[in-house]
Write a protein that binds this ligand. Structure first.
Ligand code: 5GP
Ligand code: MN
Length: 357
């Protein structure tokens, strides 16, 4: 159960009260929890009377999150770095949500570290948070950063005697993050506290069924066919280790008119097979301006996603082999080099990290 400390609440409340120009940043390839925690925070800050709140994402977020309230005003660093830098330089508070180290926001990370005099808050649920913020609110046991933002908001509200309830925009965004980071409450979801929060958000008036449909029933036909192709043609099964493995090169992606976000969820599909407890999905990607510094000259980036069920951690393999990380049952990383090399690395590594049970 998330329990914020008094100093965390006091310091956060003070930082927010003192600031006029706030910037919220979240991680590369933003997912539902990244957008939910960042946008949820921004809506609430506006409710608190802050008129200058800017959300900045390192690179674009997927189409299936464009319906979320406030996305029109989100600035994508890759396409608007000058404007984004201006916001950052003028900011008197930078709030970082859903990531634990500056590396996770690509070259934005360096910009933020350079602004050493600007106070920063980190609200995150990944293991081993780096100590770069003025206030660090980190709970790796929390299923989502959005849930942590909810706890922080409620605590600050009480601390400042702010009696107005969360508005619909805040509630909708926070719910979206809670829902997506738990696979619609199908993993990391045995926390009674989470359902108390959901009850509160539903009372505020969110339409949780509509949110589900907007996120999970909004695929393009191309993406649906890509999914079919993955399962029919590409899925390899390693039965001894209860493992499934799918990888896609750029030619295959092009054939299905791949767009950002189309791969979301494909990694989870093999877990529907009886006795498959581990799943790995890889796809080829291009190195963009946001992560060029990490690429070491390679133009190709392989994005790796790992999922598992139960007490079978995948974040160790993500960390050791693919310079990544994440949670026990959902982790990822990147490999800067050709796809066959990345695939080979996984095939060599998985028996050392996965179990035959
Ligand atoms: P996904 O497979 O959906 O891209 O990522 C699942 C989870 O793995 C994310 O929530 C994040 O915690 C973690 N993750 C994904 N990619 C990376 C990465 O490149 N580095 C780190 N440190 N974590 C990652
Ligand atoms: Mn998250």
């Amino acid at each position: 159960m998330t329990q914020l400390t008094k100093p965390q609440i006091q310091q956060s409340a003070q930082l927010i009260e003192q600031s006029q120009r706030l910037v919220i940043v979240t991680h590369l390839s933003p997912d539902g929890d990244a957008m939910g925690s960042a946008l949820g925070m921004s809506h609430w800050l506006r409710q608190m009377g802050k008129t200058q709140v800017q959300v900045i994402v390192p690179n674009p977020f997927p189409d299936f999150l464009h319906w979320m309230p406030g996305t029109d005003e989100v600035l994508d660093y890759e396409g608007n770095s000058q404007q984004a830098n201006q916001y950052l330089q003028q900011a008197d508070l930078i709030i970082c949500t859903d990531f634990n180290e500056p590396k996770r926001i690509g070259c934005l990370g360096e910009q933020i570290l350079n602004l050493s005099h600007t106070p920063k808050m980190m609200i995150d649920h990944h293991l081993q948070p780096m100590d770069f913020a003025t206030v660090t609110i980190s709970d790796p046991n929390s299923p989502s950063a959005s849930e942590l933002v909810y706890h922080l908001i409620m605590a600050i509200k009480e601390h400042l005697h702010f009696t107005q309830d969360l508005n619909m925009e805040t509630a909708t965004c926070l719910y979206t993050g809670m829902m997506t980071d738990t696979g619609n409450f199908s993993f990391n979801s045995n926390h009674a506290q989470m359902y108390d929060i959901i009850a509160h958000l539903v009372r505020i008036g969110i339409d949780k069924d509509a949110i589900y449909n907007q996120v999970f029933n909004a695929y393009s036909a191309d993406r649906m066919r890509l999914m079919g192709y993955c399962l029919y043609q590409k899925m390899r099964i390693f039965p001894a280790y209860h493992t499934a493995f799918i990888f896609l090169d750029s030619k295959e992606l092009k054939k299905f008119h791949f767009r950002s976000g189309d791969a979301e969820g494909i990694v989870n599909l093999p877990l529907q097979i009886k006795n498959i407890y581990y799943s790995c999905f890889m796809r080829e990607d291009k190195v963009g301006p946001a992560d060029a510094a990490l690429a070491g000259g390679s133009e190709i980036k392989i994005k790796i996603s790992l999922r598992s069920q139960g007490d079978r951690p995948v974040n160790l393999l993500a960390h050791d082999i693919f310079n990544g990380g994440g949670h026990k049952n959902a982790a990822g990383g990147e490999y800067y080099g050709p796809l066959p090399e990345a695939a080979q690395k996984f095939i060599e590594a998985y028996p050392n990290y996965f179990t035959q049970k």
